[in-house]
Design a protein. Structure first.
Length: 94
């Protein structure tokens, strides 16, 4: 059922053209996507490409909401919690 929904949305003319460009490796901008629709769009993009994708959020609260929604379609989605250290030039903390 969910796969059918994704296929129907992805086959719509306007978004289908963008997904074709995305699969070709071209940069694509999705404008005017409401906050509530962003997790669905991220899930659609993840289904269109054969690579891992990163979804960046403004803050941890937005990240939690995004992850909760995406997990409905991709239960193995990773959640990277906010680091307890300040960023530095040393790189990612281990």
């Amino acid at each position: 059922m969910v796969s059918n929904l994704f296929d129907r949305i992805a086959s719509a003319a306007a978004i289908g053209a963008k997904f074709a460009r995305l699969r070709a490796g071209d940069p694509v901008i999705f404008e005017q996507v409401t906050e509530a629709a962003q997790p669905l769009l991220a899930a659609l993009i993840a289904r269109q490409v054969d690579k891992s994708i990163w979804v960046l959020c403004a803050n941890v609260r937005a990240q939690e909401a995004m992850h909760n929604e995406i997990s409905n379609w991709f239960p193995d989605a990773f959640f990277f919690p906010e680091s307890e250290r300040l960023p530095s030039d040393a790189g990612i903390p281990v």
